[in-house]
Ligand binder design. Structure first.
Ligand SMILES: Cc1ncc(COP(=O)(O)O)c(C=O)c1O
Length: 399
């Protein structure tokens, strides 16, 4: 018999197909038709598959607003980190220097990648979640003429902050340097229009906002940068220029492509278009976030970030201070109800994350909130308020 708490609510029925929803930043919940698209085999050399690759590249370029045909799209086998490494190793000359803008795990991973590459870099590390701002980027570029490139993380998935990429791009362009963007978790739902934001190259991957399954990523870059990348890469398999040149010449990937993943991704791209492209996808995710955040705040949960910085991709909540709250138990209880949530990645305070991306809508998000309420009830937690230290940490952002 459970103790009475204010979070008592009805338990949820299992989700469709008996699969839990993945409230995670990729792999994420995909449409049935996307999974179904993988139910046949494709020859990597065959004209049908080459046509699929060409269609996919064209569709991806279409999402950037590149009407002047200044950009091209280069798919690359592997997960997102492979593509970030491919981009850095191919576009930054061996004697170049990168300013890495970090405010979380993925910015720091870009810095670590530079270390592995053995190429020069300098780091602005804003800690767990404070945004790198245009004026500090301008000052850093002014102070160090050796910097040739800047890498910015569009949505820093570790806190869910949507970094001010437009402001950063302006600063980088004004100082005559080149911008590379890791838009892994944002591209397809948050605009990165080449007519609005000046950048030389960006990366994303199949299993994020386009809602495909994992297996490859893609680099979208200015053709001038792709030309200049010849012979620069540290790696045979991650050489963006070589992949691009080979694909343009033969229509094929250089090495074994993830054929089924590409077939699924094409179906995901068709669905993305049918939903209204970047604007339509972004609107659904924004609604997912708004409904979920409002419901969680009603339960007493607090978000790490104020509304201004909340992305429509993933949201970080502080763990409740209540002595009965334990994340692992909360995770299991949420999973029992059909929802897989995500642990936090902050260093200073305990937190967890709930993703807004994937094949789900506001009705699902309402059920997520009900599931959270019932899980707290089962744990005997009667308030979701965070510890005072967490709120003090958050006050830094407002300062
Ligand atoms: C912003 C960002 N960059 C890089 C990555 C790394 O991608 P992967 O885990 O697919 O290697 C992720 C993964 O979530 C990400 O969100």
């Amino acid at each position: 018999m459970l103790a009475e708490t204010k979070f008592a609510a009805r338990p949820l029925e299992a989700p469709a197909l008996g699969e839990p929803y993945l409230l995670t930043p990729g792999p994420l919940t995909t449409a049935y038709s996307v999974k179904q698209a993988m139910l046949r085999d494709w020859g990597s050399w065959d004209g049908d598959f080459r046509g699929m690759t060409a269609d996919m590249r064209r569709r991806l370029l279409g999402l950037t607003g590149d009407t002047r045909e200044e950009f091209d799209c280069v798919p690359m086998q592997g997960s997102g980190s492979f593509c970030v490494e491919a981009m850095l190793g191919s576009f930054v000359p061996k004697d170049g220097k990168v300013l890495v803008l970090a405010n979380g795990a993925y910015g720091l991973r870009a810095a670590q990648t530079m270390q592995y590459l053995g190429r020069a870099y300098t780091l602005i590390d804003k800690g767990d979640y404070l945004p790198p701002r245009g004026d500090e980027v301008a000052a850093a570029l002014e102070a160090d003429p050796a910097i040739t490139h800047v890498i910015a993380i569009h949505c820093e998935t570790s806190s869910g902050i949507l970094n001010p990429v437009a402001e950063i791009a302006q600063a980088v362009h004004a100082k005559g340097r080149k911008l590379l963007v890791d838009s892994m978790s944002a591209f397809g739902a948050v605009a990165l229009d080449v007519n609005e934001i000046r950048y030389e190259a960006m990366v994303s991957s199949a299993n994020k906002c386009i809602e495909g399954v994992p297996g490859f990523g893609f680099i979208i870059a200015r053709k001038s940068e792709l030309e200049a990348a010849k012979g620069r890469s540290h790696s045979l398999s991650l050489d963006v220029h070589a992949q691009w040149a080979h694909m343009n010449k033969t229509g094929q990937w250089r090495y074994t492509p993830p054929t089924h993943v590409v077939a699924a991704f094409l179906e995901a791209l068709r669905q993305h278009e049918a939903e209204g492209g970047v604007a339509g996808r972004g609107a659904r995710y924004t609604r997912n976030r708004d409904v979920m955040v409002a419901g969680m705040r009603d339960l007493g949960f607090e978000t790490l970030l104020g509304d201004r910085w909340l992305s429509p991709i993933i949201v970080t909540f502080f763990n409740p201070a209540h002595a009965n709250f334990a994340f692992d138990r909360f995770y299991d209880l949420m999973k029992d109800k059909g929802f897989i949530i995500y642990p936090g990645k902050l260093t200073a305070v305990d937190s967890f994350r709930i993703g807004c991306i994937g094949r789900m809508d506001e009705h699902v998000m309402r059920r997520v909130v009900e599931a959270a309420a019932f899980s707290l009830h089962e744990m005997g937690v009667d308030t979701a308020a965070p510890p005072a230290a967490a709120l003090a940490e958050r006050a830094k952002l407002a300062a």
